[in-house]
Write a protein of this length. Structure first.
Length: 346
């Protein structure tokens, strides 16, 4: 097993271990004195992994209550949040008990937000079961729900008490879901670590399992460094948004349907690199294609730019965008939004 200690306002560990789900109860028992756990998951993960985790929790002495909702982004909403609060209340969860998010990014984000807000804060554990959730959303304490005005617009920073990543859980993922996690992994290589990028560019979607443990470890460790330096997203953490300005715009243009987040990120990274660092474009696109991700979009830039104006990284009339002029070296660049439009349309 590998451990990464994240030294944020609430320090915690990320455990990376094949077969970790079956041992999760014992690990969780080490971070809480309570033996009452509320497990929140979705109906796909329920069938794949709930029994393993619940059996392990019960063997470690936990009394478990379980809440299952429908898989998909549409569940990351206020109505579902309300149902989760009711479930926590009916399960008599107190501030000293533990909430467990078992699933992908949607489960982690909404469960984390419920844990941040219910009783003004209950400890929670992330057990991410998708690649994207393991390398990105489960670590760093961003929790959120979507509202009609946009994705992730209501949320809180709430660090988990523990994260348990089991790469065996990724074996059941459809290729499309695995590929979208690769969008974020490629991002980490581009912004911070050329060796990690080389590891990924020498493999492809079909044989990525060979490098999974090393890749997941490296990605989480980069996230750890960035989050420790800027837990509340005022500076360096914006680097993690490489590819996200145009990626979110593409997702928004599609009304967040028919395109996965990691696909938007992959296309966004390639599009900004095409325009602002063309010397890297072919290398990046080759790697992106090896993981069956899009290298661009047919949507006219003039239709994407209005979505970029709503980016959460914007300040007054300025936009912060991320560019890598060399592999492994991300930079945050702040320009007036009008200048960003000129660069992207040029
Ligand atoms: N997913 C980007 C961040 O955690 O900052």
């Amino acid at each position: 097993m590998k451990r990464i200690s994240v030294k944020t306002s609430q320090p915690y560990e990320v455990l990376i271990e094949r077969g970790g789900l079956a041992k999760s109860g014992g690990y969780i028992a080490e971070v809480t004195r309570s033996r009452r756990a509320a497990v929140i998951t979705d109906d796909i993960v329920e069938k794949l992994h709930l029994k393993t985790v619940k059996d392990s929790l019960e063997a470690a002495g936990f009394e478990c209550s379980v809440f299952v909702f429908s898989n998909g982004e549409q569940s990351k909403c206020l109505d579902n949040l309300g149902r989760i609060y009711d479930f926590l209340c009916e399960s008599n969860i107190t501030r000293s008990d533990i909430i467990i998010a078992l699933g992908g990014g949607v489960v982690g984000d909404i469960t984390g937000f419920a844990a941040a807000s219910y009783l003004r804060g209950v400890d929670f554990v992330q057990i991410p079961t998708t690649l994207l959730a393991q390398v990105d959303s489960s670590v760093g304490g961003k929790t959120a729900i979507d509202i009609s005005g946009g994705k992730n617009l209501v949320g809180a920073f709430k660090q988990p008490a523990l994260v348990i990543c089991d790469s065996d859980a990724l074996k059941t993922l459809p290729h499309k879901i695995l590929a979208e996690g690769m969008g974020e992994c490629i991002k980490y290589g581009m912004i911070r670590d050329e060796k990690l990028f080389e590891l990924m560019e020498s493999h492809c979607l079909e044989n990525v399992d060979e490098i999974m443990d090393e890749m997941v470890y490296s990605c989480i460790d980069i996230k750890r460094q960035v989050v420790e330096n800027d837990e509340f997203d005022r500076g360096e953490r914006m680097l993690l948004n490489f590819g996200h300005t145009l990626g979110h715009a593409i997702e928004g243009w599609h009304s967040y349907k028919d395109i996965a987040h990691g696909e938007g990120v992959a296309a966004g990274m390639c599009m900004i690199t095409d325009r602002l660092a063309p010397q890297l474009s072919e290398r990046l696109k080759k790697c992106v294609k090896a993981y069956k991700l899009p290298t661009g979009s047919d949507i006219p830039m003039s239709e994407l730019l209005p979505f970029c104006s709503k980016d959460k990284k914007n300040e007054a009339n300025d936009i912060n965008y991320i560019i890598c002029r060399e592999v492994g070296k991300g930079e945050i660049v702040k320009v007036p939004f009008s200048e960003f439009c000129r660069l992207m349309e040029g």
